[in-house]
Write a protein that binds this ligand. Structure first.
Ligand code: DGL
Length: 260
């Protein structure tokens, strides 16, 4: 099989990476995709870095057993824990990671704080500290760890009073003084954007890195000369480490959902 005909592998601690996959599916209609959600071990964001690194390597090994030509680590937490080690281990293959999209939020130059919603681990890791240092002179940046939110989304709750109450509790302290923008630094969070919009003041920008990551995947496939140009029947396979079949149907539901 020619390398360009092989699928692209996607991985997340659970169903969150589907928010990145749905962008890639649209941007690259001639690519096939294999998605692996590690819901059996989610959430990652409250584990140790060593645990997440091990789980990430296991997930990549699973994707390699499916004959993928590139891997997208569609998880901010796994990216901060393991992306460098992955790239040195699998140096012949494009490995794309994701990090909180702080740059576009700063470029909005709106008054108030930029809130970065992410898992406790993403915000505690040095990858995030160096990202924050890059922009801290230009903007007021407020990290906002959101433990518990991934679990809600993994259970299929993306809307309604539970999510809205959680968000209201988290955001209330900042609503009065003004929020410049909200950055979604966890790939699960785009699925609660509707609730977030209801809690925030109208017109507050909500930014996530899924489109940027899909574009980066396209650039990397092009650079390696392995972009699929002739496939007319896109295939998407979804696997999950949990034995609960609801996770697979939830993944398909989220894949079909609209980005807004
Ligand atoms: N989607 C993962 C991320 O982007 C969530 C991590 C978790 O399982 O806590 O960080």
């Amino acid at each position: 099989m020619r390398t360009e005909d092989k699928p692209v592998g996607f991985f997340d601690s659970g169903v969150g990476g589907i928010s990145v996959l749905r962008e890639a599916v649209e941007l690259l209609p001639k690519e096939d995709f294999v998605y692996f959600g590690d819901s059996g071990n989610a959430p990652y964001g409250t584990k140790t870095v060593e645990e997440v690194r091990k789980l990430t390597f296991d997930a990549v090994d699973f994707l390699l057993s499916k004959n993928v030509k590139a891997v997208v680590v569609a998880c901010n937490t796994a990216t901060s824990a393991a992306i460098e080690d992955l790239r040195s281990e699998y140096c012949d293959m494009p490995i794309i990671g994701i990090e909180p999209a702080l740059k576009p939020a700063v470029e909005f130059s709106r008054k108030g704080k930029i809130l970065i919603m992410a898992t406790p681990m993403t915000l505690a890791e040095k990858k995030f500290s160096s990202l924050m240092r890059k922009y801290e002179e230009e903007a007021e940046i407020q990290p906002l760890p959101c433990p518990g939110l991934v679990e809600l989304i993994e259970s299929g709750v993306t809307d309604g009073p539970l999510v809205e109450d959680y968000l209201r509790r988290k955001l209330e302290p900042f609503l009065e003084s003004g929020i410049a923008a909200v950055v979604l630094g966890c790939t699960h969070y785009p699925f609660i954007k509707g609730s977030l919009n209801r809690v925030l003041k109208k017109d507050t920008p909500i930014i996530d890195g899924s489109q940027g990551t899909a574009k980066q995947l396209k650039r990397e496939l092009t650079r390696h000369g392995i972009l699929n140009r002739r496939n007319n029947r896109q295939m998407i396979e979804i696997f999950n480490s949990s034995d609960d079949p609801k996770l697979i149907s939830l993944s398909h539901r989220l894949l079909e959902s609209k980005g807004e």
